[in-house]
Structure formats: C-alpha cells, structure tokens
Design a protein around this ligand. Sequence first.
Ligand SMILES: NC(=O)c1ccc[n+]([C@@H]2O[C@H](COP(=O)([O-])OP(=O)(O)OC[C@H]3O[C@@H](n4cnc5c(N)ncnc54)[C@H](OP(=O)(O)O)[C@@H]3O)[C@@H](O)[C@H]2O)c1
Length: 338
Amino acid sequence: MRQVVITKYGSPDVFDVRELPTPSPGEGEVRIQVRAAGVNFADVLARLGLYPDAPKPPMVVGYEVAGYIDAKGPGVTALFEGDRVMALTRFGGYADTVVVPARQAFTCPSELCDAEAAAAPVNYLTAALALYRMAALAPAETVLVHNAGGGVGVAATQLARLRRATVIGTASAFKHDALRSFGVDHVIDYRHADVAAEVRRITHGRGVDVILDPIGGRSFLASYRLLAPLGRLVMFGLSSAAPGERRSLWRAMRAWIATPRFDPLSLINRNRGVFGLHLGHLWEERRQLAPLMEMLLSELRGGRLTPVVARTFPLERAGDAHRFIQSRCNIGKVVLTT
Ligand SMILES: NC(=O)c1ccc[n+]([C@@H]2O[C@H](COP(=O)([O-])OP(=O)(O)OC[C@H]3O[C@@H](n4cnc5c(N)ncnc54)[C@H](OP(=O)(O)O)[C@@H]3O)[C@@H](O)[C@H]2O)c1
C-alpha cells in the first residue's frame, strides 16, 4: 500500500510517499481500497505542528476517505466486500488503503462521485453538530458563517438553508458569486470590509442569532459582540494560528493570547451562549453521532445536500493540495485521489 507521510513539521514540501505491506482487517474492521481522501484544515495544522491531537512525525494525516471494501475481519455483518463506502479515519486517510472499524464506514449514496463522497463526512458532521445540535438553529433565524467558501462553510450554508435560515457569509471577494449560488444571502469580504459594521447594517443593528467561528483569536470576541439576544456562538477552530505556509510558533502564540475568556456574568446579563466543538473528540460518542450521520446520508441521497469539490489532486501531490488551501483559493472541499 501507498501512504503520503508528513516527514517533519514544516512547509508543504515535507510530504513523502512510502510503500508499506498491505494491512489485514482485524475483528470488527474493514479494509478499504481508497479512491478519494478529504483534506481538512486540521491536516494543515498537523503539518505545521499546531495540532496537539495528531501523531508525531513521521505521520499520516487524513480524517475521511471514500472507496471500496476489499476485505473484512470477523464480526462484520452489515458491510461486504465490494461495497462502496465513505469512512471516517482518525488519521491515516492520505493512503490508497485504510483499515477502519466497520462502525466508521457508511454505505455511500450512489448519487455522489468518489471525490464528493470523500468531501462529505467531516464537513457535514461538523456543520450539523454546530448548527443543528449545539445552536439548535430555527427557521427565520440569521446565521453568520465565517469562511463560508471553505469545506465546512459550504456545508453549513446548505444545512442552514435547509432550516430556512438567512445566511451571512464571509470569504475572499473572488468567492462571492459562487457563495451566492450556494445560497448565501449576504456576502462580506472580511479581508477588506469592516465585518461588524456590515453585519450590523444587514441586520439593522440587531446582530445575528448564530455564528460559526473557526478563525479564533480576536475573531471570537468580535463574533461574540455580534450576537443578538439569545444568540449562540459556536467556536470550532483556530485558523488564525496558521496564517502562512511555514511553522510559526510566535504567530500561533499570538492567536492563543488574543483568544477571549468568557465571563459567565456577561453571558447571563446579555442572554448569550458560547459553545466549543471538536469533532475529533466525539469519536466514541457513537450514539450521538449515528442519528446525525443517518440524517445527513438521507439528505445527501435526496440531493438536498450536495458536496462541493473545489479541486482534486493526485494523492502524491498532497503538498500542492495544502498549498492550494493555504493560498485561500478553494471554494469547497479539496480532495486527494488515488
Ligand atoms: N472543531 C472541529 O471539529 C472542526 C472540524 C472541521 C473543521 N474545523 C475548522 O474549521 C475551519 C475550516 O476548515 P475547512 O476544512 O472547512 O477549511 P478549508 O476547506 O480548508 O478552507 C480554508 C479556507 O479558510 C479560509 N481561511 C481562513 N483563515 C485561513 C488561514 N489562516 N489560512 C488559510 N485559509 C484560511 C480561506 O478562505 P477565505 O479566506 O476566502 O475565507 C480558505 O480558503 C478550520 O479552522 C478547521 O480547523 C474544525
């Protein structure tokens, strides 16, 4: 089997391809011949050494794949050789073969091509947990989606539209036409405009009901201040810690220092809520995740959710995929193909 390895922390040049013996699935596991693997911003953070959960180099990152089962271990009854699946992988997804517990693999909706299937699990689960579970988004509410052009951002827009919410999205200006076509009602070029002033103008000074913020640092406080009464802020990333292709502990530290500590009395007095979300720490919460995943698969089958693939790269060009994301060029999900 072939894996793409992060040999050390650093720029996108640190990837290398290695050959390994093909693994056999154990009890309750399936082996998947990977056709496509999703690239997440967490992989970028891991490459930079800014993701504490990731293994140490040499490491293989990657949280999700799509492909075909070619072997299964004892005790697997619901999946069979030849089944087309999408699967969650806790690291190790940048490979042409993966072995995962069968409970992390899901029959792939036939409507999706391989790249679309690999684009779905992490982004839609994250967005659904944030919007539907934590924020309990209601129809007619207004949601502010930061980085609406990224993988999670596009998924969140689609899920918010399913709830008939109004979506305000921030993104680089060249993405705005695409975002409107995905259902974003109001777009803001956060790199040049005053986001707070724009949001207040759009909401006639009221603020927004729900905010998804993966930027972190000062952005969390700015978002918090934009909440309407009974508003909910979901914090789920710290991309401001990684503004460049090279590892900078100083910049990461600055983002961390700028991160606000919320005051319970202020939350009470202002009727606001703040949530933190980390999908990677919910792996064992199968009873909570399974119904959400079923709902998402049903919506994907019905065509009410449609993964947007920004671009695919061959597996061995994982470094170029990271460069593409870090140059902020992607509209939707970046995917590796075998
Ligand atoms: N907690 C969780 O469970 C969880 C799960 C998934 C993702 N996340 C987080 O959600 C965020 C989005 O993830 P994703 O996988 O959807 O991202 P993605 O598809 O890789 O999108 C990256 C986009 O984010 C924007 N961006 C903002 N700050 C950036 C920076 N410092 N460097 C490069 N791009 C930056 C850029 O678009 P514009 O500048 O045009 O907006 C870029 O195109 C990340 O912070 C990620 O860590 C968290």
